[in-house]
Ligand binder design. Sequence first.
Ligand SMILES: NC(=O)c1ccc[n+]([C@@H]2O[C@H](COP(=O)([O-])OP(=O)(O)OC[C@H]3O[C@@H](n4cnc5c(N)ncnc54)[C@H](O)[C@@H]3O)[C@@H](O)[C@H]2O)c1
Length: 316
Amino acid sequence: MKIVVTGGAGFIASHIVDLYLAQGHEVIVIDNLWEKGGGKRQNLNPAARFYELDIRSPEAAKIILSEKPEVVNLHAAQHSVKISTDLPGLDAEVNVVGMLNLLEASLQAGTRKVIFASSGATYGPPQHLPVTELTPQHPVSPYGITKMVMEHYLRYYQLEKGLDYTIFRYGNIYGPRQDPNGEAGVISIFARRILNGEPVRIDWDGQQEKDYLYVGDVAEANLKALTGGDNEIFCLGSGLGTSVNELYRRLSRIAGNQVPVVRGPKRPGDIYQAYFDCTRAHQLLEWQPRVDLDEGLRRTVAFFAPEVPAQAAFTG
Ligand SMILES: NC(=O)c1ccc[n+]([C@@H]2O[C@H](COP(=O)([O-])OP(=O)(O)OC[C@H]3O[C@@H](n4cnc5c(N)ncnc54)[C@H](O)[C@@H]3O)[C@@H](O)[C@H]2O)c1
């Protein structure tokens, strides 16, 4: 199958690209290596054709028009909640107007289906736990709003123009290649700091629980969506809540290092507890997470470990 993956130099989509290629698909990546995102040239699989382009540009649309992919997988985004609150116009330009540029091109190119990376941020503070596809969405950030808006556009494009979709609402995704310098990605931030012997900061009381899912399991779901889950929305998570304190304890044990903990205040908009019920993905997509938290943390620590001298990593 010929597939365009946007954001394929970034953390999550680079794993999707690797899996698609390993399964024999032809992959074209569109990514502008945005300096504030997690996209890196070294994440790019050399077997994919790469176009360094902004999804808002006419050139990106032209690639879709000329390549005529069967599936377009939409992972490129402005993905920072903080940037979205500081610059809501930029957030909407990339996450809505840029996406519409690609949707229009996909329609013209005869693309059968798009796969879209939505987010648990579309819910805001959940009214009920676990969160399911039917939980009301009340996003509390421009980022959550633009992701939710795109879900509605996809429903519209399907109903009115026949372009099929699968929407994934991701929990907190973690694993190798996640940017440890970003604002999110607590696991990669902690893993690198613990390995480097640097203090970690834990905000609020650290008991706030989120749903952490290993990136390889996300790639599996995106593989299954090539042939299934048409016009469905799926929550993707582990189904378990894990606290920040617990992540710190497990990562310290796995890395074999203890570092000081600096306590900080609650971050604006942070949510105390959120985790998913992923029954729908299990039933309709035959997907379930295969990498448990300890194994995923081990793989993440192993990814970051070569960056630091062995002595610094494993003493203490
Ligand atoms: N990481 C998570 O836990 C998580 C959770 C929910 C949803 N998501 C969504 O998954 C997707 C991938 O996230 P990620 O964590 O891998 O982030 P990432 O920053 O590593 O990847 C995003 C990629 O998009 C590219 N990009 C940004 N703006 C672009 C533009 N205007 N034109 C072309 N490319 C552009 C970046 O260069 C980067 O390579 C995003 O849509 C994000 O909103 C991620």
